[in-house]
Design a protein. Sequence first.
Length: 71
Amino acid sequence: MTVATIDATRCPLCGQPNRCANEIERETGQAQPPCWCTQVDFSRELLESVPEHLQRQACICAACAAKAPAR
């Protein structure tokens, strides 16, 4: 059985680049400022909308986060 590789640089909801500063730093070795996502309060509904096998594997992008209903 082969497990598909999860791309942590892509949003698990839309597949677009998530621009996660943590992943950019990991890939480039260049220090990054804190990621925007560390200052956002993601709703439970948004987090639960991520497919189970992708939860806690990659950041949700800013566009998907902005489309989520406010808390």
